[in-house]
Ligand binder design. Structure first.
Ligand code: AMP
Ligand code: MG
Length: 493
């Protein structure tokens, strides 16, 4: 490690200073031969970083953690977590470091974080490293999520380290430089709670309030308001996942953020044929994190957050529990309101006067239920269907009807829906043409691992303007070819 002579990047250390019990000062492993693979120039500018400097040798050393701006304190963050339902009291950043925070153009603090930067004391049996493919995968999917308007951590860069990583074979290693509103997780609170130190728990909650929900500090019970804010953020987030067909794949409490950003793109994937039981992750043999289970899992994770926060809600546990239940029980209603409003948007129907309105004569809910049944029965590609439906709103139902295996109940459905006068232009703004389809992601990562970044750049070009249909990009809109087979994703890689 070397220390930059000039403070090229104004990194603050609010987390490390406020919460030393959760912040273990640590250094990134030396990358023998850093080589920038992809840089997110618009994001760099948003953060006040000079893209040209980031491309320089010193800039690349910063991006892998080998050049630490003066005054910065890189730390491995401690957290706990429920993984597939089982509690681990000590997880933490086994292969990651928080370099510090920068203030973005709006004055908000954003974490600059490294993934794949070497073993830390939290590494357990892991090697602390990451391979090029999975880091490019996080880059492309997180940036696609951002372009879809879904809250997410961002990807600033992927830098190949020049070191090999042993997986099934030897693979080129890389560091992802990740940017987030924060890396506070449900698991951060579980860790603080497990220490038995209520003052630490309170300091963590105060840090979260000031970073994410400053208005909640004015509430009668700010910690209950913090919890309510996280419930609202997660209900909205998971509704957006469901509307876009996103399957996170590993919704452990350590991968559930306080900010409401999507985090940790390990075994995630987008649904193709609509089926709530869809699971892609190789480690999710029980289907715990199947597409259709995600809202319920999010609420389960929020219940774990409530448990961790109980001592802050009320000093008497018996009184704290009913206090926690009210926001927790509001999750299904908030989720459904967000999802229904989003589904109306996808169908080109006007929104209800308030999202919570449940009009007795509203025809949309039964229409949506019937549609999803038809999509599932026909094994219809979710993304192509909704985009194609815009054509039907413009008068040409032929192509979307042709997606169904035979002349079917769908024809009658279309007529009923068209009678509601759907807004085709609004549909085009709600239904993406391009998502990071599994076969295209795999193609881009395989080439990137071999040093050919062109397929990745082309895929990024498509998915970072997902609603903007462009000539020449047809293959980015099409479902996987039959011979792509059953898709499996892997995490911890
Ligand atoms: P994840 O599945 O990426 O959310 O990681 C779960 C936990 O495993 C976290 O504590 C990670 O830091 C840790 N971890 C995952 N992969 C590695 C690795 N290769 N080396 C060390 N720790 C790891
Ligand atoms: Mg994680």
């Amino acid at each position: 490690m070397s220390v930059a002579s000039a403070p090229t990047v104004p990194l603050s250390s609010h987390f490390a200073r406020d919460l030393p019990e959760l912040a273990l000062p640590w250094e990134a492993e030396e990358a023998p031969d850093p080589r920038l693979l992809v840089l997110n120039e618009p994001l760099a500018v948003e953060l006040g970083l000079d893209p040209a400097w980031l491309r320089s040798p010193d800039g690349q050393r910063l991006l892998v953690g080998n050049l630490v701006p003066s005054g910065a304190t890189p730390v491995a963050q401690a957290y706990a977590g429920h993984q597939f339902g089982g509690f681990s009291p000590r997880l933490g950043d086994g292969r990651a470091l928080l370099l510090g925070e920068v203030a973005d153009a709006d004055g908000h603090l954003r974490d600059i974080h490294l993934k794949g930067s070497g073993r830390t004391p939290f590494a357990r049996a892991g090697d602390g490293l990451a391979a090029v493919g999975p880091m490019l995968r996080e880059y492309v999917i997180s940036e696609a999520m951002q372009a879809l308007g879904i809250p997410t951590t961002r990807s600033l860069a992927v830098v190949a380290t020049g070191r090999s990583v042993r997986r099934d074979t030897l693979l080129p290693g890389a560091v992802l430089t990740r940017v987030a509103g924060s890396h506070l997780r449900v698991g951060s609170f579980q860790y603080a709670r497990a220490t038995g130190d209520t003052a630490l728990l309170r300091r963590l909650a105060d840090h979260a309030l000031s970073r994410h929900y400053p208005d909640a500090t004015q509430a009668d019970n700010p910690y209950l308001a913090l919890f309510g804010s996280v419930v609202a953020a997660q209900a909205s987030l998971v509704a957006q996942w469901m509307l876009s067909g996103f399957i996170h794949g590993v919704m452990n409490t350590d991968n559930t953020t306080i900010s409401g950003e999507t985090i940790d793109y390990g075994p995630c994937a987008f649904l193709e044929a609509f089926d709530p039981a869809t699971v892609y992750s190789s480690i999710d043999s029980g289907g715990r994190y199947a597409y259709g289970n995600q809202p319920g899992v999010a609420q389960w994770n929020l219940a774990r957050l409530a448990e961790a926060l109980l001592p802050l809600f009320h000093e008497d546990q018996d009184q704290a529990i009913p206090l926690a239940m009210e926001p927790l029980d509001s999750f299904p209603r908030q989720y459904s309101a967000a999802w229904s409003a989003g589904m109306r948007g996808k169908l080109g129907l006007p929104s209800l006067p308030t999202p919570d309105d449940n009009l007795d004569d509203d025809v949309a809910p039964p229409l949506v239920d019937e549609l999803l049944t038809l999509l599932q029965a026909g094994g219809i590609d979710y993304t192509s269907f909704f985009r194609g439906l815009g054509g039907a709103a413009r008068g040409d139902a032929g192509p979307v009807c042709a997606l169904f295996p035979e002349a079917s109940a769908f024809d009658a459905w279309v007529e009923r829906w068209r009678a509601l006068d759907p807004d085709a232009d609004a549909m085009d703004r709600a239904n993406p043409v391009y998502i990071p389809r599994n076969h295209l992601v795999e193609e881009a990562l395989a080439a990137g691992t071999e040093g050919d970044l062109d397929p990745l750049e082309r895929l990024l070009d498509a998915v970072t303007r997902p609603y903007d249909e462009r000539p020449g990009l047809q293959r980015y809109a099409a479902p996987a070819p039959e011979d792509f087979g059953t898709y499996r994703t892997y995490c911890g890689t």
